[in-house]
Design a protein around this ligand. Structure first.
Ligand SMILES: [Zn+2]
Length: 311
């Protein structure tokens, strides 16, 4: 996943809470409410990328990128310079590392100007639950006041950064700032996490293996039936996904079982000698039907998984 941190001051919280080393916000606002652009800090996962958007006298610019050291969390420790949040006692925080400043900042005004139509279109089509960093106000694109920390989907990322952005001085692309390989890794990560979220939603956040009761999101994955690398066309397609707990995901990936065209579990016995204990756990569910989501798994993908597993 990828996020934008939109900050206005360089102090950022003081020693140990500096800009580029963490993102933080109170857990509730002055109205005693949770604010989506703060809650989002708690949704960051280790390895997520954070783009830093900063306001200055010259305007608002993307100034660098960093990586989340760990998942976001809630803490009772307070930054030494909490600014206007001095009377708050609980904060979201995510620790960041490898801050890389961009050699040339990317002006938000230029981005809004160049991609005006695409950004409007994106805004009008996005779901209500997606809290993006900008709004349309007085028929103009504007940064949303208070949009401190917001997600960027792959589609939004592509609009913002995939085309040539013409700043007043120079032409450049984000992939010239971040090494090409790293950028494609970042994009792949965003793609993975979006896929995973959609698949889990499709199965209502429960492992679909028969009899499995795991419904804690931290133990669930949006598993690929056909591997990410094997089928480019099926990559974002949720019919190529199953919501499984980490145990049943691992067993599927290792080819210890497969799912038939009528969605029944079949154990692949040929590997039982190396996984005897795991087989004991899987065996009673042979011929049982998986729990189905709204979108059914693709029979073609299940078949390919079977072919790969019996090799
Ligand atoms: Zn399970």
């Amino acid at each position: 996943m990828m996020w934008i941190e939109y900050s206005r001051d360089r102090v950022h919280g003081g020693p140990g809470w500096e800009f580029g080393t963490c993102a933080w916000a109170p857990t509730i606002n002055r109205a005693n409410r949770r604010w989506p652009y703060w809650i989002s800090i708690g949704d960051v996962e280790r390895g997520d990328m954070i783009l830093h958007l900063q306001e200055s006298r010259e305007g608002t610019f993307f100034v660098g990128i960093s990586e989340a050291t760990d998942d976001g969390y809630i803490t009772q420790s307070k930054p030494p310079y909490p600014g206007e949040w001095d009377d708050f006692s609980e904060f979201y925080r995510v620790d960041l590392k490898n801050f890389q400043p961009f050699q040339e900042s990317i002006g938000l005004r230029d981005i809004f100007y160049i991609h005006d139509e695409l950004l409007r279109n994106y805004y009008s089509k996005k779901s209500k639950s997606e809290h993006v960093f900008y709004v349309i106000q007085n028929s103009k694109l504007q940064i949303l006041n208070g949009a401190y920390f917001s997600p960027i989907t792959l589609d939004l990322y592509n609009i913002l950064f995939e085309n040539n952005i013409i700043s007043r001085k120079t032409h450049f692309k984000l992939d010239k700032v971040i090494a090409g390989e790293k950028l494609s890794m970042v994009k792949q990560r965003i793609g993975h996490s979006e896929f995973s979220r959609k698949v889990k939603y499709n199965y209502n956040y429960k492992c679909c293996f028969p009899g499995c009761e795991i419904n804690d999101e931290r133990f669930l994955v949006g598993s690929h039936i056909e591997r990410w690398a094997d089928n480019v066309k099926k990559r974002g397609d949720i019919s190529n996904g199953l919501c499984l707990c980490v145990f049943h995901d691992k067993a599927l990936e290792r080819g210890l079982y497969y799912i038939t065209g009528n969605y029944k579990i079949k154990i692949i016995e040929s590997k039982s000698y190396t996984y005897s204990n795991v087989y004991k756990i899987l065996k009673p569910y042979e011929n049982k039907t998986i729990r189905k989501g709204r979108v059914l798994p693709s029979v073609e993908s299940l078949n390919r998984h079977y072919q790969r597993s019996i090799k």
